[in-house]
Design a protein around this ligand. Structure first.
Ligand code: AMP
Length: 304
């Protein structure tokens, strides 16, 4: 089966939402992505943690059959992110970002990773995303994600990444900030002019829009009874999307649409609980059931 290479952050998050708070819990863009994708396809992970990273979380990644030969443990502290959500759960307010061991990190791909066909550059310093791209040999499909932190600090490197990828995952506020274009159709056209062929605009609880030249697809967010923590929803979406695409190895419009719904399915599970707690107890048959519920959610018949 097609493998997926992922580089991104692994961190310890401190998060406050109207429904509770957690301190120094497992988080990071690569973590959410890898775990979500691992339900569909094998994942090869590249990231760094510090010597304070809990061994039990490394064991968890291994138990999900995630290949961690590219996970480096360096002396120092693990990446930390502190965020808060108010009743508008769609927007995270970053209170603190400590890059720690990421500040000195230069990713080196193990030889076995260099031929992996599907590549996801999860949210991380775009200069590190470029370092990884230099080392992959025959990629079939490359996607990247980013966030306001990097748009503000490293926009030139980020544009170089966008020039080299097939697909950009980005949230609504961030594509507007990056392109300086309010209208999402025009904003995604600007991204196409920079190089990417697909743009997925994440809209929090409202779902996501997938743009390609001449086509747009909308997947809803699932109307959930219980939402506790939106952290990692975007990465879980990307994990579901890429995992499904790698599993199918099919680049048709039909498969992309299915992958976008799988992305929404995985994001919808993730937000039900803090950290990766929902994924830790998620079963594959629950994914199948929710995929079917998504189909019913916007299906209608009849003509006008
Ligand atoms: P999401 O909610 O999908 O945007 O992703 C949340 C995850 O991104 C959290 O678990 C954080 O650890 C991680 N994160 C936050 N800020 C950064 C950053 N500047 N670079 C890389 N990862 C980050």
């Amino acid at each position: 089966m097609n493998k997926i290479l992922v580089v991104g952050s692994i961190g310890l998050d401190t998060v406050e939402t109207p429904f509770g708070q957690v301190q120094d819990v497992l988080g990071g863009s690569a973590t959410y992505f890898s775990v979500a994708a691992s339900f569909f396809a094998p994942v090869n992970l590249v990231a760094v943690v510090g010597s304070d990273f809990p061994e039990k979380e490394v064991e968890y990644l291994k138990n999900r059959k995630i290949d961690i030969r590219g996970l480096v443990i360096n002396p120092g502290k693990t990446f930390r992110w502190k965020g808060k959500y108010n009743y508008d759960l769609n927007t995270a307010q970053t209170l603190d970002t400590q890059l720690n061991v990421f500040a000195q990190f230069k990713p080196v791909l193990p030889t076995e990773y260099q031929d992996v066909p599907f590549v996801l550059l999860a949210n991380i310093d775009p200069e590190l995303q470029l370092e990884v791209l230099k080392q992959v040999k025959h990629p079939r499909f490359i996607a990247c994600d980013t966030m306001n932190y990097w748009i503000e600090k490293k926009v030139d490197a980020l544009k170089q990444v966008i020039a080299k990828v097939d697909l950009l995952f980005i949230n609504e506020a961030e594509i507007r900030q990056l392109t300086k274009e309010l209208n999402l159709v025009r904003a995604s056209q600007k991204i196409f002019s920079w190089g990417a062929k697909y743009v997925i605009v994440k809209q929090g609880e409202y779902g996501a829009l997938m743009f390609s030249q001449g086509s747009v697809f909308s997947t809803p967010g699932f109307p959930l009874e219980e939402v506790n923590d939106p952290t990692g929803a975007g990465d879980s979406f990307a994990g579901g999307f890429m995992g499904y695409l790698a599993k199918k190895g099919d680049f048709s419009e039909k498969c992309f649409r299915q992958a976008a719904v799988v992305g929404s399915v995985m994001a919808s599970f993730n937000v039900e609980d803090f950290s990766l707690n929902r994924f830790k107890r998620l079963q594959y048959d629950e994914i199948e059931t929710r995929f079917k519920e998504f189909k019913r959610l916007s299906h209608f018949e009849g003509t006008l």
